[in-house]
Design a protein around this ligand. Structure first.
Ligand SMILES: Cc1cc2nc3c(=O)[nH]c(=O)nc-3n(C[C@H](O)[C@H](O)[C@H](O)COP(=O)(O)OP(=O)(O)OC[C@H]3O[C@@H](n4cnc5c(N)ncnc54)[C@H](O)[C@@H]3O)c2cc1C
Length: 301
């Protein structure tokens, strides 16, 4: 029996052995045992309510902060589609689908002269992934302007999360792993006393100058430890330019691991673990991965 026969017959795309790793930002990793792409909340909620309990579920956005291991992801991976890409505005409140890209949200807010979203311009993920990770840069975080979110749990129930009830920290949130964010409401700032487009251009050029944007990466590999910068610790441990297989510590920004030459997911993960070890030996600080690592590891032969 094909694995897909265990799944409920619903609308939306259901695909077996979907090669999602190649579509991730690292461009590596295995397949989703089954991929489900719903068109709207009803399809998502019906699918989840009918899904047998023992099937694992994972939710992914643009895959700009995940390393998918070579053995792939068992169970079902859910990726939100066009139906989750709408943006509406009323006064200073933006209603945003979870699959909207952070850059699009920033652009949309700029066109309506709403400030506070400029920092999102260079973050290549979706709004859903950004909320879950509390994405941010240059002193701003997505949780700063979040009012509330709509989410669907793994039993198909629709839930509402008010931002003030969620614990947001540096690149983390207390949003449970069994909630799929589907929509969010943000408050923008009217009448800002700066040029929004100028600020966006500044953010973009800062990134261009300091990050290896022409190479495959998932952004910062490690979180900054309290009061310290991960890249400085990595530099101090002599890891700049270090390599495992096709994975390399970027010369341009040493908190970026790049897939330079057909790296395997294991090259990237092993290089990350080597950095953690070397930084610990040199500085006594244990770095924590910012990149989520998912799926089954294929051991090296
Ligand atoms: C060049 C580059 C620069 C970057 N710069 C920054 C930066 O400055 N600041 C920053 O914070 N990040 C940065 N990132 C990392 C990344 O873009 C962000 O973390 C982004 O928010 C991840 O969104 P995503 O849609 O790609 O999520 P994914 O990578 O697909 O998933 C990330 C996590 O979010 C969860 N998730 C995804 N969608 C949902 C959903 N709808 N509901 C619930 N959970 C969900 C996943 O399960 C996973 O745990 C950068 C990445 C790159 C490649």
């Amino acid at each position: 029996m094909s694995v897909i026969e265990k799944f409920p017959a619903v609308k939306g795309l259901l695909k077996e052995n979907a090669k999602i790793g190649k579509k991730s930002f690292f461009g590596v990793g295995g397949a989703a045992e089954v991929l489900f792409i719903p068109n709207n909340v009803d399809e998502l909620s019906t699918f989840l309510s009918e899904l047998p309990e023992n099937i694992p579920v994972a939710i992914l956005g643009a895959m700009s902060n995940v390393l998918i291991r070579s053995g792939g992801i068992p169970g079902v991976v859910i990726i939100l589609n066009e139906g989750f890409k709408r943006v509406f505005v009323e006064n200073d409140v933006l209603e945003v689908g979870a699959a909207v890209h952070c850059g699009k949200l920033s652009e949309f807010a700029m066109d309506r002269e709403l400030g506070g979203f400029e920092f999102l311009a260079g973050i290549p993920g979706t709004v859903g992934g950004a909320i879950k990770m509390n994405a941010g840069c240059y002193g701003s975080e997505i949780s700063n302007s979040l009012i509330e979110c709509e989410a669907v749990d793994f039993t198909g129930q629709i839930k509402w999360l008010r931002a003030k009830d969620v614990g947001f920290g540096y690149r983390t949130s207390t949003i449970p792993d069994d909630l799929i964010i589907t929509r969010a409401w943000f408050r923008g700032t009217k009448n800002v006393d700066y040029s929004i487009s100028k600020k966006i251009n500044e953010v973009m050029s800062k990134r261009k100058d300091s990050q290896p944007l022409n190479q495959r990466s998932c952004g910062s590999a490690f979180k900054n430890p309290a009061g310290q910068k991960a890249w400085e610790l990595i530099e101090a441990a002599g890891c700049r330019g270090m390599r495992v297989g096709g994975a390399v510590v970027s010369e341009k920004h040493c908190n970026f691991i790049v897939n330079e030459d057909n790296a395997a997911a294991e090259d990237i993960e092993d290089l990350g673990e080597l950095i953690i070890r070397k930084v610990f030996e040199k500085t006594g600080v244990r770095l924590e991965w910012e990149i989520a690592r998912l799926g089954v590891r294929n051991e090296r032969r």
